[in-house]
Structures are given as structure tokens and as C-alpha cells.
Design a protein around this ligand. Structure first.
Ligand code: KG4
Ligand code: ZN
Length: 321
């Protein structure tokens, strides 16, 4: 049994996963409500809340899986990238738990974790494939050659696409985090109502800062009453532009390296229009798209674990190495 812990942003998560990739439990305590009034994650508040939640969440994950620490053989934890104060809470908890049982500890990269959400039972998707990783903090195209070898083909030069969803939702008065709210509202709108161009940067990189500005201008032109009436059209048109950019680049990446198989992971992989626009691609299972610890435990299966007590000096990192 592997105990996974994830605290890189505003979800406190713990999970039990077997070496074979079966999920015994997957507990996620979201802090979204706590940050909503600020319109985004407040790092200091996130750290404090992780501190309160991490042990109860771990306990719950053990209970849900019908197991105990006695049966855990490996502790896996997200080491980065993310909010460093938030990460440190998970890393410290993982160290303490592993140390108390003399267990090894596997430090996991959060992005490898998202990709490893595909490797879990009951329908694992195995490399090689091209992977679109689209989340609140990252947007990249990856050439996944094996469980432990990944090459970056392209990445966003500015905002992550989830950030573009969240900022768009804020402009539309939909609250935080707004990706799912835009997704829901877009179903009632006309995606052709507004023209929101997405910048085409060279190669396989992305850029999402401009499209957000064009939404801002469109919203400014409307009276409060017009905005109310056209909110769904704005959401649908904005989502269409973001999804088109993702789909175009993903198809280009697959063609460039001659990949026949494509996968989509990360919070934005939950988007219904994105999933429908890439019907031939494998999308991560919905509960495993947004941050969770099952994906971290999954990734740990291909990470060299540090034996007791070598990990006691382990540090977190805020941005990709
Ligand atoms: O992977 P994730 O939980 O956290 C990061 O590692 O960043 O992704 C969170 C992001 C947020 O920006 C959220 O708005 C977005 O995923 N998201 C969605 C949907 N569900 C979550 N975006 C578009 N459509 C959705 N249905
Ligand atoms: Zn994530």
C-alpha cells in the first residue's frame, strides 16, 4: 500500500493506492470556499488550513481504505511545484509519518502526478502518448515516452489555461474557482456570439493573457443589464476560444511527433467541451482531473524512494526545477 499526500495548492488530499494501481481511497478536502471571498488562493491561509486538515484527511484515507499505517509500505508526497508554504505542510506530515514507521518516502513532482492519474486502475492508459496537461497552474504539451521519461514539447508563455478560466469567470461575476462555472453556463450560450481570438505563438507554446483582455473589453462595453442577458453567450464564446487553442496545439503536437495516442490531464481536463472536442483522446477520469493524492501515489510507483532516514532533509520547491 502506498499512502499519497498532496498539499500543493488549495486542496488537502490523501489517498491509498496499491502497487498495482488500485485506488483504496481518495480523500480531497477543498479549501475553495475559504479563498472565494478573495477571488483566488491566499497562500498564507492555504498553509494554515492544510495544517489543520492534513492529519484528519490522512486518517480518513486510511479508514476509507479499511487499512492502517501498519499496512503502508511507502509514503508519497508532492514536493513541488506549488505554493511553498502549502507544500511544506504535506512534506512535513509525510516525513513525520514515514519516520514514525521507518518507512521509505517518495518525493513526487506534481506534474508527473497529473500524468500518472492515467495509470490507475480500472482503465490504465500506458505510454507512449502525447499529453496535454491543463490546470490552474500549468499548461503544457508533453511527449510521454515511458512512466519515468517525459519531454516538454510546449508550454504557456504567460497564464495557465485554468487561470484564464478563473479570471474569465471573475469578469463574468461567477465566483472562484470559475472553470466549472463557465463550463456549466456555456451550455446555455451561443459559442459564436462573440469573437475572442487566442494568440498564436510560434511552435507548440500557448499564450492566454490576450484572450482574457478581450473578454474584459467585451464585458466593459455592456451595461449591467446587457451583461446579465449575455453572460451565457460570453461564457460559451470565451470557452470556445480557450478550448480551440488547446485542441489545435494538441493536434499539432501529435502530428509533429507522429503520436497515435493522446491524453488530457489536469483540472481543465474536466471541461466538457474540451473532452468532447478530443473524442479520440483519453481524458483522465473526472475525479482524478483536479488535484488529488491518488495521482501522487500512482506516480510514486516510478520514483526512486528515499530510505529512512535520508528524507528528513528533504525540501519543497515552488517552481519546476
Ligand atoms: O489541476 P488543478 O486542480 O490545480 C492545479 O494544479 O492548478 O486545476 C484547477 C483548475 C482551476 O483553474 C479550475 O477552474 C479548472 O481547473 N477547472 C475547470 C473545470 N474544472 C476545474 N476548467 C474548465 N472546466 C471545468 N469543468
Ligand atoms: Zn494540479
Amino acid at each position: 500500500m502506498i499512502l499519497g499526500i498532496e498539499t500543493s495548492c488549495d486542496e488537502t488530499a490523501a489517498a491509498i493506492v496499491t502497487r498495482a494501481g488500485e485506488i483504496g481511497s481518495n480523500v480531497v478536502a477543498s479549501q475553495a470556499e475559504l479563498h472565494a471571498e478573495f477571488g483566488g488562493v491566499v497562500p498564507e491561509i492555504a498553509s494554515r488550513r492544510h495544517l489543520e486538515l492534513v492529519l484528519p484527511v490522512v486518517r480518513r484515507a486510511l479508514d476509507d481504505a479499511g487499512t492502517s499505517l501498519d499496512e503502508v509500505e511507502l509514503v508519497a508526497v508532492t514536493r513541488g511545484p506549488g505554493l511553498v508554504g502549502a507544500l511544506l505542510v504535506g512534506v512535513s506530515a509525510a516525513k513525520a509519518l514515514a519516520w514514525s514507521r521507518r518507512l521509505p518516502l517518495a518525493p513526487v513532482d506534481h506534474l508527473d502526478g497529473h500524468v500518472a492519474s492515467l495509470y490507475l486502475e480500472p482503465h490504465p492508459f500506458e505510454p507512449p502518448f502525447v499529453c496535454l496537461l491543463a490546470s490552474g497552474g500549468h499548461t503544457s504539451l508533453l511527449d510521454v515516452r515511458s512512466h519515468s521519461s517525459t519531454r516538454v514539447l510546449g508550454r504557456t508563455l504567460d497564464d495557465a489555461v485554468g487561470e484564464a478560466f478563473d479570471k474569465g469567470a471573475r469578469l463574468l461575476g461567477l465566483g472562484y474557482p470559475g472553470g466549472a462555472a463557465i463550463d456549466a453556463l456555456a451550455r446555455e450560450g451561443d459559442p459564436g456570439a462573440f469573437e475572442f481570438p487566442v494568440a498564436r505563438v510560434p511552435g507548440l507554446d500557448f499564450s492566454f493573457s490576450g484572450v482574457k483582455t478581450s473578454l474584459l473589453y467585451a464585458v466593459r462595453k455592456l451595461s449591467a443589464e446587457e451583461l446579465d442577458r449575455r453572460r451565457a453567450d460570453l461564457a460559451a464564446s470565451y470557452q470556445r476560444a480557450l478550448v480551440r487553442a488547446l485542441v489545435e496545439r494538441t493536434e499539432a503536437a501529435a502530428e509533429l511527433i507522429g503520436a497515435e495516442r493522446v491524453a488530457v490531464v489536469g483540472g481543465v481536463a474536466a471541461n466538457s467541451e474540451l473532452r468532447a472536442s478530443l473524442p479520440w483522446a483519453r481524458a483522465a477520469p473526472l475525479p482524478l482531473c483536479t488535484d488529488n493524492a491518488a495521482m501522487i501515489a500512482s506516480a510514486a510507483r516510478w520514483v526512486e524512494a528515499l530510505p529512512y532516514p535520508r528524507y528528513l532533509a528533504l525540501d519543497a520547491y515552488a517552481s519546476a526545477a
